[in-house]
Design a protein around this ligand. Structure first.
Ligand SMILES: Nc1ncnc2c1ncn2[C@@H]1O[C@H](COP(=O)(O)OP(=O)(O)OP(=O)(O)O)[C@@H](O)[C@H]1O
Length: 313
C-alpha cells in the first residue's frame, strides 16, 4: 500500500516568555493509505503541534512532510483540497444557521459543484445521524450533535485524509460510541485517518498503528496488538483481596490500579514478572490477605502506555 503521509525529522520550536521551547524534537513516521493512525501522548507531548503542521496550519521549524505526494512547504493549496480536520470541542459555528445552510456555506468555500451540493449535504447529514434535525438552528444543538455536524463539515470535500484531534472529548459514552462508529464507516470507505486521543480503548478499537509521543519525540510506534504483546514484559493479574494489614507491599509486584470495594476489601490490577507462575502469585498475595478472586488478564494498551510514558520500557 502507498504512503499517504511521510514525516521526516520534524522539529518545531516555539518562542515562549522564558525562551525557546522545543515542542517537536525530530519526529519521523509514515502513514499508509486507508490506515487509521493514532497519536497518543500526555498533555503537552506535541500531538496538536504535529497535527497542525500536517494540516498546513503551522509551519515546522525544520524537517519535511509529504502529504499525498505533495510537499507541505511548496504545495499547500493542493494538499488543502484533499484533506480536512476536526479539532475536539470546536466552537466556531454560526448558531443561527440550520445544518443545511451551514454545510452549503462550506460546500461553496470548497467549490463543490452546485449540481451535487444538496444531495451530498443530505447524505452527510444522514451519515452523521443529523438528518432529522436538518431544519433546526444550530444554537439549539447538544455537544454531541455539534460534534457530528463538525464531522459532516469535515467531509464536505470528500477528503482523502481526515485529521481528528480528540473527536470524542466531552461526549457521553453513547454519543462517543456513535462518533467511533462514524470513524469506522469512514475507514471502511478507505479514508486515511489521523486520530489524536487520550482514550486508550478508543485508540485500541480504531487504530491500525499507534505512535506514542512524549516530550516532542516518538517513544514507540506499532500496531496496538504488537504494542501490547511485545512492549510489556510482565504478566497482568486482577484480584480481589480481603486485606489483613493496612500497609501492604510485595517485592516484584507492581500495583497498577487499586480500588477500595468495601473497607478492607480491595481490588488490584498488578504487574508481575513473567517468571512467576499463577501459584507463586497466589502464594505471595495470600501473605497480605484472603484472596477472594484472582485471574490473569490481558495487557491493556493503557498498561503499555503508562510504562512507556514513565520511561520504564
Ligand atoms: N503557540 C504556542 N506558543 C508557545 N508554546 C506552545 C504553543 N503551542 C503549543 N506550545 C507548547 O508546545 C508543547 C506541545 O503542545 P501541543 O499542543 O502540541 O501538545 P499536545 O500533545 O497536543 O497536548 P494536549 O494533549 O494537552 O492537547 C506544550 O508544552 C505547549 O505548551
Amino acid at each position: 500500500m502507498k504512503n499517504a503521509i511521510i514525516v521526516k525529522n520534524l522539529y518545531r520550536i516555539y518562542s515562549q516568555k522564558k525562551g525557546k521551547f522545543n515542542a517537536l524534537k525530530g519526529i519521523n513516521f509514515s502513514v499508509k493509505e486507508g490506515e487509521v493512525f493514532g497519536l497518543l501522548g500526555p498533555n503537552g507531548a506535541g500531538k496538536t503541534t504535529t497535527t497542525k503542521i500536517l494540516t498546513t496550519l503551522l509551519k515546522p521549524t525544520s524537517g519535511s512532510v509529504n502529504i499525498l505526494g505533495f510537499d507541505i512547504d511548496k504545495h499547500k493549496n493542493e494538499i488543502r483540497k484533499q484533506i480536512n480536520f476536526v479539532f475536539g470541542g470546536e466552537k466556531g459555528v454560526y448558531g443561527r444557521l440550520t445544518p443545511v445552510q451551514y454545510l452549503i456555506y462550506f460546500s461553496c468555500l470548497y467549490k463543490v459543484p452546485s449540481t451535487i451540493r444538496k444531495k451530498l449535504i443530505f447524505e452527510l447529514l444522514e451519515l452523521v445521524g443529523l438528518d432529522e434535525h436538518k431544519e433546526r438552528e444550530i444554537y439549539t444543538f447538544s455537544k454531541g450533535m455539534l460534534q457530528r455536524l463538525h464531522i459532516a463539515r469535515s467531509l464536505i470535500n470528500d477528503p482523502k485524509i481526515l485529521f481528528l484531534d480528540e473527536p470524542t472529548i466531552g461526549l457521553d459514552p453513547i454519543i462517543a460510541q456513535e462518533v467511533r462508529d462514524i470513524i469506522q464507516n469512514l475507514k471502511r470507505k478507505g479514508t486515511t485517518i489521523i486520530l489524536t486521543t487520550h482514550y486508550m480503548k478508543e485508540a485500541d478499537e480504531l487504530c491500525d498503528t499507534i505512535a506514542i509521543i512524549n516530550e516532542g519525540q516518538i517513544k514507540a510506534i506499532d500496531s496496538p496488538e504488537n504494542l501490547k504483546n511485545n512492549y510489556f514484559l510482565d504478566k497482568i493479574y486482577e484480584c480481589t483481596i480481603l486485606l489483613k494489614f493496612e500497609n501492604y507491599e510485595i517485592p516484584q509486584f507492581k500495583f497498577l490500579q487499586i480500588t477500595t470495594l468495601d473497607n478492607t476489601l480491595m481490588k488490584f490490577r498488578i504487574a508481575v514478572s513473567k517468571e512467576l507462575d499463577y501459584l507463586a502469585v497466589k502464594r505471595k498475595l495470600s501473605e497480605i490477605g484472603e484472596i477472594v478472586s484472582l485471574e490473569q488478564t490481558k495487557t491493556s494498551l493503557e498498561d503499555v502506555y503508562i510504562k512507556i510514558i514513565k520511561g520504564e520500557i
